[in-house]
Design a protein around this ligand. Structure first.
Ligand SMILES: [Zn+2]
Length: 408
């Protein structure tokens, strides 16, 4: 039954069954020339080959690869239809995101194409994106609704995630983001009531997700509206996540802490008091530097201040067709280090164990240690440092989830 993975240059992993914060984010465990034993979907042994006592029935030659935990991408918008490459090209020619949104582009255009798509089409789109994620080393990913913005189309997106999860190579964790934007046909507070009294209860009845999310932002949902929606969600059994302080400081980070949110995401404009609140909390500061990069902003989230204050920091792609069109977590690590001054070790912890914590899975995945699910990426490199050092290429050679190769 047991599989021996031998001839590894390195195994590099954070250690623990909960998130790491502050200095501890740098404490990777590095096993040089180790072997891994995988048994019944779980990691059974990590260490020198001579130390292994488990009977081996099969072996795999890693040919000098480095093993890291499969990435946990804890913020994506996977179930969408329709790309926005021409809007992207307009941005490159000088139009702003806000100007494009005002002319019917932006989230509204993806709402239009996603409403027009069938559930089957969304299932296929999610699986296709999950395959790309897997090829780049991701084994678990969060996936948000939020392009439906009415009962039927939010349910369609969440059902598509659930159906895709039955065959997706990547483990999917759904979030209801009905409060992503106001729908084009109802740009007023009555939509807040619809989310609270119709959409969230319908999602709860079908048990489609554990999480609900709100985009708290100037011009979108106010802090008070976010507070109302998320408290309604809590009453229905959901844990909050927040798009917080992305384009302006609205106090959303502090709101996330107050509501015991699983994560406060983006945080490019988080205030000093928001940083202090996150540092004292279990709410994960989830940073998405692909968005700053893709929107050509010089403004990145204050990763150093957050980590140095003691916050739990994770990293995600924010994979979506408008503001971050990528499935690559190694690209996100490159931005986290080269633009936000995180160390490679911090960024690997953020992209694996801390993301798993924010999705309630740190006990099961996010690190390579005995007892955890065998969610492992093998990279063509003599050390984990190459993940950032050797930038712009995909070093992932093989990926295992629950002990089965999903990329080989
Ligand atoms: Zn997002």
């Amino acid at each position: 039954m047991a599989l021996l993975i031998r001839n590894l240059a390195q195994v590099a992993t954070p250690i623990g069954r909960t998130a790491l914060r502050g200095r501890a984010m740098r404490d990777l465990r590095i096993h040089e020339h180790a072997v891994l034993v995988v048994d019944r979907g779980r990691i059974a042994y990590v260490g020198p080959e001579r130390g292994n006592t488990i009977a081996i029935s099969n072996d795999y030659d890693a040919r000098g690869a480095t093993a890291i935990p499969g990435f946990v991408d804890s913020h994506t918008h996977l179930p969408w239809a329709g790309y926005r490459e021409s809007e992207f090209n307009r941005r490159l020619q000088g139009e702003t995101y806000e100007e494009i949104a005002a002319s019917g582009g932006g989230i509204a255009s993806t709402v239009h194409t996603t409403r027009a798509a069938s559930e089957e089409q969304l299932v296929a789109n999610v699986i296709e994106r999950a395959r790309t994620m897997a090829r780049h080393g991701t084994t678990s990913a969060e996936a948000k609704s939020g392009y439906g913005l009415n009962v039927a189309d939010e349910l369609k997106q969440l059902r598509a995630i659930a159906r895709a999860n039955e065959t997706s190579p990547v483990r999917l964790v759904p979030t209801c983001l009905a409060a992503h934007e106001f729908p084009p046909e109802k740009r007023d507070a009555s939509y807040v009531d619809e989310v609270i009294s119709e959409i969230l209860p319908a999602v709860a009845r079908e048990q489609l997700t554990k999480y609900c999310d709100v985009f708290v932002e100037r011009g979108v949902f106010s802090r008070d509206e976010g507070d109302r929606i998320l408290r309604a969600g809590i009453a229905l059994g959901f844990q909050p996540r927040l798009h917080a302080d992305e384009l302006s400081d609205t106090g959303a980070a502090a709101l996330a802490v107050e509501l015991h949110a699983a994560s406060a995401d983006h945080l490019m404009h988080v205030s000093d008091s928001g940083i202090a609140a996150l540092a004292k909390s279990d709410t994960v500061a989830n940073l998405l530097p692909g968005t700053s990069f893709f929107l050509m902003s010089q403004r990145y989230a204050p990763a150093r201040a957050l980590i140095d204050a003691g916050a739990i920091v994770s990293l995600s792609t924010d994979c979506n067709p408008g503001s971050s069109m990528t499935e690559s977590m190694s690209m996100v690590m490159q931005l986290a280090t080269l633009q936000m001054r995180m160390t490679v070790e911090e960024s690997l912890t953020a992209a694996t164990l801390n993301g798993a914590h924010s999705l309630g899975m740190a006990n099961e995945t996010g690190s390579i240690e005995p007892g955890k699910r065998a969610d492992i990426a093998l990279i063509d490199a003599p050390s984990y440092l190459h993940l950032v050092y050797h930038f712009g290429v995909n070093l992932v050679r093989a990926v295992m989830r629950d002990g089965e190769f999903i990329v080989s």
